[in-house]
Design a protein around this ligand. Sequence first.
Ligand SMILES: Nc1ncnc2c1ncn2[C@@H]1O[C@H](COP(=O)(O)OP(=O)(O)O)[C@@H](O)[C@H]1O
Ligand SMILES: [Mg+2]
Length: 457
Amino acid sequence: MKRSIAKRLALMFALAVLLIMSISATLLRCSLKQSLDEQMQNELVLRHSVLDPVLAKYDSPTFWVGLRQKLDGLTPADERVRYWILVDNPAFSYGGAMPDGQDWSKRADGLFTVDLPEKERPMMVLLKTIPAMGDRPELRFIVGLDSTPFRKTLNHFTKILILTSALGIGLVALLGYWIARFGLGPVRRLSRQANSLPPGDSKQRLDTEALPGELQELAVSFNGALARQEAAWCQLEGFNANVAHELRTPLTNLIGQTQVALAHGREVGELQDLLQSNLEELERMGTIVNDMLFLAGAESGQRATELSDVSLYEEASKTVEYLEPVLHDKQLGVEIQGDMRVCIDRRLFHRSLANLIQNAARYAVPESTIKVSLVGDGMQVEVRVSNAGAPIDSVHLERLFERFYRADAARARSDAHHGLGLSIVRAVASMHGGRVFAHSENGFNTFGFSLMNQAAP
Ligand SMILES: Nc1ncnc2c1ncn2[C@@H]1O[C@H](COP(=O)(O)OP(=O)(O)O)[C@@H](O)[C@H]1O
Ligand SMILES: [Mg+2]
């Protein structure tokens, strides 16, 4: 079963009331019990105050005949009140024997509870000692009160307390449920609104204005998620268009050249030239497809696996050596600073560094020096490639690492640079748990990536 907030709140309210009711009921019951006990004591004291002086006054057994009748008369038929006179001389005793085992010296105030076999509840008794006088020995005069009616009152009160508490708890649970449902109305309205967002319209957002403060945050986050979805969707759509666009040009060339060749020249030399040119186009297409497969792999979370422990300076020098012809055209120099040993995939490192240096060479001022710096600690390294060149607008800077994004789109389309170079740098960084960055300041453009040392714990 799904957990409902309203039910949970109702349960919590009910538990809170249960706690409060239990505490107050216990206190009430204790105080009632105490006042009932006091009431019983008062009655015992009152009866003693009337009878004690009478007993004290007389010393003859003849008077006791009258006294016994009087005490009989004072004892109600249900024996709710009883009297005992305990004394060795039977001429002065009354009320029969007390149950065995009573230690009357135990309490100075003379208050005891006595279990009588015929009574359902013990009797509360008050004992007073009447001093000896003449022939009469010392007497122990006991007045007893049946606690049954008092206990019944207490039990009745307890039952009513439990009943009202249970009723109160039930009512609070019901009301709590209703209040919670009422209070959660905005949540239901929000979910209805979310449900009714039309499919396919990625511009639609939840209306956050009318919502209570607590829900606004949720709705804003939800809208944020929608915005990200929209951005991802746009990028995907743009990506599809870009892929189609990139592949269309070489395909058109291939088709056109092949058609022309079929229609006219059939010389072996001509056909060889055609095949050569077709092969170049096909290779270009192959590169795009391979790059895209590589990016797709990195995007699905693939990590660098062919790791080796290398000196970054040595590896960077090899990359620069390999790119010598590119640098030579514009008389560019390369300066490598820093070195450290890290465990990375060297093939991927070469690939992304080469992409950065190629870009730098393309956009650098002729005869300038490209700086490659390797900084970091045992955990991670940052590889930065900077070249002197025209400043890059910050609007572009943020997006250059996106696939097929080029700052100078019009110029780039025609040549071999299909706009995946920096995306590949980003993929390589993410395969090593790193990130990419780009700055353009003081006439220098810096592009770089970081790599986590894969040997670090
Ligand atoms: N060093 C640089 N200086 C200026 N712009 C650069 C530099 N490196 C990259 N860019 C910009 O970033 C874009 C994307 O680069 P990249 O992903 O390597 O694609 P490509 O090199 O195929 O155009 C380039 O088209 C260019 O506009
Ligand atoms: Mg490039």
